[in-house]
Design a protein around this ligand. Structure first.
Ligand code: FMN
Length: 273
């Protein structure tokens, strides 16, 4: 655990940190006592920093998280509900890209935002592979096509279901329907057996897709790359760290077209109680 410290001079004993701590390991033994961690429970701290972030007096610090290192929330900069609604509803999966690479700093910014995605127990298990070279993106797409070809030979039933023949035929005509001619691919990977690795990677990629839209980029889930990612050729090509597995991937680049309106979606199926 990260060592929990309270500045006696700053703390006004309001108890907010006690109420906000997710594993409830902060206590005030008496109403006006200084908050401390519950003896023997320190190991259950998930270092989420909520105690640091919620304290109105900047009285709390962890050895890995000082209040002065945490960016303040400037509420004046937050978008309105109407802006958020438009932003979320107008995000589209982008499948046509300009032949232009995205600067390294912008790709790094996407990940800098995505790392703030929620993760189970604040475990932050997501690691990233960013393919910056469009030629490597093409090679990955080619390997997915090879994997599809292998399945066409081995299991025609699967092919019928997923129309892999269409992807292969398009590829042979020079059209990449797998990674859509995007200049970049970003892979979210984690230890194979990390708890909730799939959920954590998917949520982080969802953040990344939204961050991409906010920065004038387009993105789209690369579902076929994920499907093929456990094939020997892709395992070799991805060169992920030992024990890691790809849990999701996204193509990224500058969109070629602008969406004019918001396409219709199903009415939600809801049970109200
Ligand atoms: C898990 C997942 C996998 C997907 N895989 C692909 C894919 O391999 N290729 C593709 O073109 N789109 C893929 N998509 C994008 C969906 O087709 C898209 O989200 C859907 O058609 C709705 O369009 P919208 O994202 O523009 O609202 C995927 C989406 C999700 C959530």
């Amino acid at each position: 655990m990260s060592v929990f410290r309270v500045d006696d001079a700053r703390c006004n004993r309001c108890g907010i940190c006690v109420r906000e701590c997710p594993p409830r390991i902060i206590e005030m033994v008496e109403p006006k006592a200084l908050p401390t961690t519950v003896k023997g429970e320190e190991e259950r701290c998930i270092v989420c920093g909520h105690c640091v972030a919620v304290c109105p007096f900047e009285a709390i610090s962890l050895d890995t998280m000082k209040p002065e290192d945490c960016a303040p929330v400037n509420r004046k900069l937050l978008p309105t509900a109407e802006q958020v609604e438009l932003f979320l509803k107008s995000r589209r999966s982008v499948r046509a890209y300009q032949e232009k690479t995205v600067p390294h700093t912008v790709l790094a910014k996407l990940i800098d935002i995505a790392r703030y995605a929620p993760s189970g127990h604040n475990a932050q298990p997501v690691h990233w592979l960013v393919v910056e070279d469009p030629r490597e993106v093409r090679s990955l797409a080619a390997l997915v096509i090879e994997w599809m070809n292998m399945l066409i030979r081995k299991s025609p039933r699967v092919v019928e279901l997923f129309h892999f023949d269409k992807f292969v035929n398009a590829w042979e005509r020079g059209e990449d329907r797998v990674l859509r001619g995007a200049p970049h691919v970003i892979v979210a990977h984690a230890q194979k057996d990390a708890a909730l690795a799939q959920e954590n990677c998917s949520i982080a990629l969802t953040y990344l897709e939204l961050a991409a839209y906010s920065l004038g980029l387009g993105a789209c889930w690369a579902g076929y790359l994920l499907a093929a990612s456990s094939s020997p050729a892709l395992i070799t090509a991805l060169r992920l760290p030992g024990g890691h597995k790809c849990f999701g991937a996204m193509i990224v680049g500058y969109p070629k077209h602008e969406f004019r309106c918001i396409p219709l979606r199903n009415e939600p199926s809801i049970i109200w109680r």
